[in-house]
Design a binder for this molecule. Structure first.
Ligand SMILES: *[C@@H]1O[C@H](CO)[C@@H](O)[C@H](O)[C@H]1NC(C)=O
Ligand SMILES: *[C@@H]1O[C@H](CO)[C@@H](O)[C@H](O)[C@H]1NC(C)=O
Ligand SMILES: *[C@@H]1O[C@H](CO)[C@@H](O)[C@H](O)[C@H]1NC(C)=O
Ligand SMILES: *[C@@H]1O[C@H](CO)[C@@H](O)[C@H](O)[C@H]1NC(C)=O
Ligand SMILES: *[C@@H]1O[C@H](CO)[C@@H](O)[C@H](O)[C@H]1NC(C)=O
Length: 314
């Protein structure tokens, strides 16, 4: 028995060596498979972390840019309303309050330029959005405006402005188009007309503004206008040669030379609605636009109230 075992042993040894060889070969191929598995897993966990269910995920990201100053009570209504409204449409968005903190007159267009520069790397379209205009009709789509800009608050829907070239209130535009027209003019200090100038920029670039198509509501029930015009007087003052200059297409200024300091970015939450507040200090070139400050003394001489007729001759 003992001697026979000694004879058979080399045979087992050989088989053992062969098995070891095969196992080694198998193991040497394993690391690749393992790597692949790790990649898959980390991808999945990254996607899960967005908390958006798979079919609802959007490829595009919207930055809602809201020019702002002294309208805190309007913001308190705006923020939760927009959260509810955009959530229903599964829009991947973030709200940016463009808070003008310098003492110059309000400059909506320059604030939009600054907001755009801040978000352009992470968001591929923007909504220029008044803080006092709340969309009510769920057919008002805030989806990606691929072909051309979409004017959401169309003249036949806006509670107040009905002229055909009106594009104020709420306008969606994709990143490429905003860059193409060099953003907005920086010459519009005080209230009004900057959107009319922007209309001419779009027209010259052959970007036909689209409007919502399937809206069965009208001027009174498509939006809620929460502006209190008695409490919040609009700055319609015109001084120096502002009136002449701001009725012309501006070919000098725009996105590429808005002059500002971004002092602070503050994340806040209002009624469950997260948003970012950008504290922006605009700088004024007083040679180019002396009307960024209208001297308040000697009012009779400098100050001319032009009313609220927004229709321009641009
Ligand atoms: C019509 O409204 C629906 C939402 O109910 C929207 O998804 C669709 O894009 C709208 N169509 C047009 C042409 O605006
Ligand atoms: C929304 O759009 C659909 C057609 O897409 C239309 O039948 C419906 O009346 C619209 N609703 C409103 C409130 O505009
Ligand atoms: C923008 O450029 C124009 C033309 O070069 C110039 O006159 C203007 O001062 C510039 N504005 C700012 C804010 O830099
Ligand atoms: C503010 O929120 C944004 C987006 O969630 C984040 O990237 C950023 O780091 C936050 N900033 C601060 C100061 O917390
Ligand atoms: C206001 O007018 C008076 C006299 O017309 C003049 O002396 C004064 O310098 C003016 N003040 C300002 C700030 O323009």
């Amino acid at each position: 028995m003992e001697s026979r075992w000694k004879l058979i042993r080399p045979k087992y040894l050989l088989i053992g060596i062969l098995i070891t060889f095969f196992i080694t070969c198998l193991i040497s191929t394993l690391p690749f498979t393992t790597d692949k598995c790790i990649c898959d897993d980390s991808d999945r966990s990254k996607r899960d972390s967005t908390n958006v269910p798979e079919p609802l995920r959007n490829l595009h990201r919207l930055a809602v840019l809201v020019p702002f100053r002294d309208r805190f009570e309007e913001l308190l209504t705006f923020a939760p309303h927009m959260k509810r409204f955009l959530h229903k449409q599964n829009i991947d968005y973030r709200i940016f309050i463009l808070h003008q903190v310098d003492r110059f007159r309000f400059n909506r267009a320059s604030l939009v330029n600054v907001g755009f520069l801040h978000v352009r790397n992470e968001f591929d379209y923007i909504a220029m959005h008044d803080v006092d205009l709340l969309p009510l009709n769920d057919n008002l789509s805030y989806g990606y405006p691929d072909a051309s800009p979409l004017h959401v608050s169309a003249p036949d829907l806006h509670p107040r402005y009905h002229y055909s070239t009106f594009i104020g209130g709420i306008l969606l535009i994709k990143r490429e188009h905003f860059i193409q027209v060099n953003g907005m003019s920086n010459k519009y200090w005080g209230w009004g007309l900057e959107d009319d100038e922007f209309y001419v920029r779009l027209k010259e670039a052959n970007l036909m503004v689209r409007r919502p198509q399937n809206i069965s509501t009208g001027t009174q029930n498509t939006f809620r206008h929460i502006h209190d015009k008695n409490h919040r007087k609009r700055d319609t003052t015109k001084c120096f040669n502002q009136r002449e200059v701001t009725r012309k297409r501006d070919r000098e200024t725009g996105l590429d030379n808005v002059s500002y300091k971004l002092l602070e970015v503050i994340n806040v939450t209002i009624s469950d609605s997260p948003l970012a507040i950008l504290n922006i200090e605009l700088l004024c070139d007083k040679e180019l636009t002396p009307w960024c400050e209208c001297v308040k003394t000697n009012e009779s001489k400098d100050k001319k109230i032009v009313g609220e007729n927004k229709k321009s001759s641009l």
